[in-house]
Write a protein that binds this ligand. Structure first.
Ligand code: HMH
Length: 218
C-alpha cells in the first residue's frame, strides 16, 4: 500500500481504526455466533443510514464536478451512486427475508448522530477534499469489516453471506482503493487548514462507526 496521508492517519489512530473495522459485532458474524436480532437491528438502522447516505454521495459528486481537475473522480463517485441504487433494492429484499418492516423503523441515537454529520458534510461550505475523505472512510470501514467474514477460515452462516459479499467482495475493494487514491491525491495538495478538517472528519467517522456497531450489537 502506498504511503499517503490516509495511511499515516490510520497508523496514528490505530486503536480507533481497529475498533471500527474489527468490531465484536462483525467478529460475531465471522465466527458464526451472531445474534440474529442484532443483525435485524443493524439491517433496520443501516437502511435509514443509506437513505441519508445517498444525498451525501450526490453532494460529493457535485463537489467533484466543481473542484476536481481529474475527470475520473466523477466516474468513480458515479459508480458508487449506481451501486447504492442496487443497495437500496437489496435492503428491501433482505428486510422481507427477515420479516423486518422498514417503513416503521425509528432511528436510534447512533443513527441520528451519524446522519447529522452527513448533513454538515453535504453543506456547500464543506470542501471537496474533506467530503471525499469522509466518503472513503465510510466505505472503507464496511469493506474492511465485511471482508473479514469472507476469509477462508471464517464461519459466516449462509443466511448472512449475501450481506458480507455486498461490502466484502473484490470489486468493492477495488472501488474503495480508487476512492482512497482520490482522497490521498487531494489531501497531498490541500492547505493545512483543509487537511485538519478532513482529519477531524476521518476520526469522527471512525467513532460514529464504532457507535453504530455498538448500537446494533445491543
Ligand atoms: C453505517 N457505514 C454505515 N453503513 C453503510 N452502509 C456503510 C458505512 C457503507 O456504505
Amino acid at each position: 500500500m502506498e504511503r499517503g496521508v490516509l495511511e499515516r492517519w490510520i497508523k496514528e489512530n490505530e486503536g480507533l481504526y481497529v475498533e471500527a473495522t474489527r468490531h465484536p459485532f462483525i467478529l460475531s458474524i465471522r465466527d458464526g455466533t451472531v445474534d440474529f436480532s442484532a443483525y435485524k437491528r443493524w439491517l433496520e438502522q443501516d437502511y435509514l443510514f443509506i437513505r441519508n447516505f445517498v444525498p451525501f454521495v450526490a453532494s460529493v459528486l457535485v463537489k467533484a464536478s466543481r473542484e476536481s481537475e481529474d475527470d475520473s473522480d466523477m466516474e468513480t463517485i458515479l459508480g458508487g451512486m449506481a451501486a447504492l441504487h442496487d443497495e437500496i433494492l437489496w435492503f428491501k429484499k433482505e428486510a422481507s427475508k427477515w420479516n423486518v418492516q422498514l417503513s416503521h423503523v425509528v432511528p436510534q441515537n447512533a443513527t441520528e448522530a451519524y446522519c447529522r454529520l452527513l448533513e454538515i458534510l453535504i453543506n456547500p461550505e464543506t470542501d471537496y477534499t474533506t467530503a471525499v475523505t469522509a466518503f472513503w472512510t465510510i466505505e472503507a470501514v464496511y469493506q474492511q469489516s465485511f471482508s473479514l467474514c469472507l476469509k477462508s477460515d471464517s464461519k459466516t452462516v449462509a443466511e448472512l453471506m449475501e450481506a458480507c459479499r455486498r461490502w466484502g467482495n473484490d470489486d468493492f475493494g477495488t472501488y474503495c482503493e480508487s476512492l482512497r487514491r482520490i482522497a490521498n491525491r487531494h489531501l497531498a495538495n490541500a492547505q493545512e487548514s483543509v487537511r485538519k478538517k478532513a482529519e477531524e472528519a476521518f476520526k469522527l467517522i471512525l467513532q460514529l462507526e464504532v457507535d453504530f456497531w455498538n448500537m446494533s450489537f445491543g
